[in-house]
Design a protein around this ligand. Structure first.
Ligand SMILES: CC(C)=CCC/C(C)=C/CC/C(C)=C/CC/C(C)=C/CC/C(C)=C/CC/C(C)=C/CC/C(C)=C/COP(=O)(O)OP(=O)(O)O
Ligand SMILES: O=P(O)(O)OC[C@@H](O)CO
Ligand SMILES: [Mg+2]
Length: 236
């Protein structure tokens, strides 16, 4: 199951705390994207997650949960992505929450479905940055060094360059990809249309599109075309 991540070029990240019509969800799930990731950094609950999971389950594509709050973990996802914010200055977001979760629920954790993501948070104005207090003052070399911490020292399957809410500096993302040895490099933040998706897809292995789904759906759908031309399952 975990191996499928290596094949993913495009992911839509859906926020259970936001409204999405059935028509919009249908367009997202039939777009040709490789997977749906459900999560957000605030307002995620068990109930809104179950609701969104059950709606996405009408479609064939894989659906994974990105855990940001233990109370909202819902059985039935294909995989569980566990973020570890490598550049957080508050260690709760590197290992603290994780240690507490494992102490509490260790016996029931389906390890075969758990995928750890080494996050590098680079937009200081994002919700996730306000939560985790990351050191965002990093040049490309500094970002690449974090990638190697995640990849070479910690053997993490995924490294996630996170610019949530704004389009990032692609030189830093390129440097991150060059530094990756076995980790899959995810990039997310400010991918809003075909052009931004094409730029990000050149720099990273996998691109993640979030907010655009809610602000401008047609442009969000065009991000899939930038990565995999001609794959919309509705239009054939
Ligand atoms: C049945 C079953 C599956 C049981 C599971 C058992 C279990 C409890 C497993 C847990 C294993 C484990 C070790 C869990 C860790 C728990 C935990 C809470 C860890 C902390 C994770 C963390 C670092 C969160 C910080 C925030 C973060 C990085 C969130 C990721 C998502 C994100 C960045 C979304 C973007 O946010 P958005 O809301 O879009 O923000 P904007 O406003 O900027 O757009
Ligand atoms: O919402 P956007 O800016 O597209 O970012 C996507 C994702 O990286 C958020 O965790
Ligand atoms: Mg968001």
């Amino acid at each position: 199951m975990k191996e499928m991540i290596k094949e993913w070029k495009h992911i839509f990240k859906l926020d259970p705390d936001r409204e999405l019509t059935d028509e919009a969800l249908d367009a997202v799930c039939m777009s040709g994207s490789d997977a749906i990731m459900i999560g957000g950094s605030s307002g995620v609950t068990y109930d809104n997650t179950v609701d969104l999971l059950s709606r996405v389950r009408r479609y064939e594509l894989p659906c994974v949960q990105e855990i940001s709050d233990l109370e909202a973990v819902v059985p039935g996802f294909d995989l569980y992505m566990v973020p570890m914010v490598l550049n957080a200055q508050d260690t709760r977001w590197i290992t603290g929450q994780h240690q507490a979760a494992i102490e509490q629920f260790g016996y029931m954790i389906p390890w075969e479905l758990i995928v750890c993501e080494g996050y590098i948070v680079l937009n200081p104005d994002s919700t996730v940055a306000r939560l985790t207090s990351p050191n965002t003052d990093l040049e490309a070399e500094g970002v690449a060094a974090y990638v190697q911490v995640a990849d070479r020292l910690m053997n993490l399957p995924v490294v996630y360059i996170e610019y949530s809410g704004t389009f990032g500096e692609m030189e830093k993302v390129e440097a991150a990809r060059h530094a990756a040895f076995q980790s899959q490099l995810f990039y997310g933040g400010g991918i809003v249309d075909y052009d931004t998706a094409a730029q990000a897809a050149k720099a990273a292995h996998t691109i993640v599109v979030g907010n655009a789904v809610y602000y401008d759906l047609p442009s969000a759908l065009a991000t899939v075309q930038a990565v995999k031309p001609g794959e919309n399952k509705q239009t054939g």
